[in-house]
Design a protein around this ligand. Structure first.
Ligand SMILES: C[S@@+](CC[C@H](N)C(=O)[O-])C[C@H]1O[C@@H](n2cnc3c(N)ncnc32)[C@H](O)[C@@H]1O
Ligand SMILES: Nc1nc2[nH]cc(C(=O)O)c2c(=O)[nH]1
Ligand code: SF4
Ligand SMILES: [Mg+2]
Length: 215
């Protein structure tokens, strides 16, 4: 069917990450991902899911009467119909964000969407999948994120921050600890010691709800 997407879950929660952290947000989690980051907290979205029409998804989202909608996964951009879904969510008046691994082309994503591009670090074990061409398409409405697994990952992220001048290219640069793989306070201390122009973030939903699916 032409206008369907494979969906793992649609739920209303507090956004746990990014520049809208703490704001009530509808999450649309798309099924399937071509990557296998060693830390992935959403592996339950790799398979299964339900084929649903865009109309059906839009109707469920509208039922929550949200201001913010986050399209995540899995890897949303692995499904071609993610593009019309994002457009229709914008047309409906929501503030829309997209979480993507950065392994697929973001250039055709509606620029009304805040694209949260995760640059995969060596510690993710998927660093070779980064599509660095995406960086030239970033605007001040977009966000770049590094999920840091070790001091080596931190040093790598700092080198990419400088090499690609990410502070200028994106509206936000986010440094997040990989959950329980690097000390959150260590990462915070490194950022302050180096006076980095980045936003430290923790996954609020894990502090609140200990990573239950659908929260
Ligand atoms: C589950 S992914 C889905 C979207 C897309 N596949 C991606 O990787 O951006 C959403 C975000 O959660 C982050 N994430 C996944 N597991 C994590 C963990 N254990 N600790 C911190 N962040 C994690 C990812 O790096 C990504 O930024
Ligand atoms: N509350 C909440 N916020 C989130 N932000 C990103 C999430 C994700 O799993 O992609 C997520 C999630 O699963 N729950
Ligand atoms: S790209 Fe995203 S969904 Fe896919 S394995 Fe990595 S963190 Fe998980
Ligand atoms: Mg999650």
């Amino acid at each position: 069917m032409q206008d369907t997407l494979r969906i793992t879950e649609v739920f209303y929660s507090l956004q746990g990450e990014t520049r809208t952290a703490g704001l009530p947000t509808v999450f649309v989690r798309l099924t399937g991902c071509p990557l296998r980051c060693q830390y992935c907290d959403s592996a339950y979205a790799f398979s299964g899911g339900t084929l649903r029409t865009l109309d059906d998804i839009l109707e469920q989202v509208a039922g929550f009467r949200p201001r913010y909608v986050c399209v995540t996964g899995g890897e949303p951009l692995a499904q071609p119909n993610a593009l019309p879904l994002l457009e229709r969510l914008c047309d409906a008046g929501y503030e829309v964000s997209l979480e993507t691994s950065g392994a697929l082309d973001i250039s055709r994503v509606d620029t009304r969407v805040s694209r949260v591009v995760d640059l995969k670090t060596p510690g993710s074990e998927e660093v070779q999948r980064n599509r660095y061409e995406n960086i030239e398409h970033l605007t001040s409405n977009d966000q770049v994120k590094f999920v840091i697994c070790s001091r080596e990952d931190y040093d790598w992220a700092v080198s990419k921050l400088i090499q690609y001048n990410l502070e200028e290219r994106a509206g936000e640069v986010l440094f997040s600890p990989s959950h329980h793989q690097v000390g959150a306070s260590d990462l915070a201390d490194w950022i302050v010691a180096d006076n980095l122009p980045v936003r430290f973030q923790l996954q609020l939903h894990k502090l609140l709800w200990n990573d239950e699916p659908g929260r």
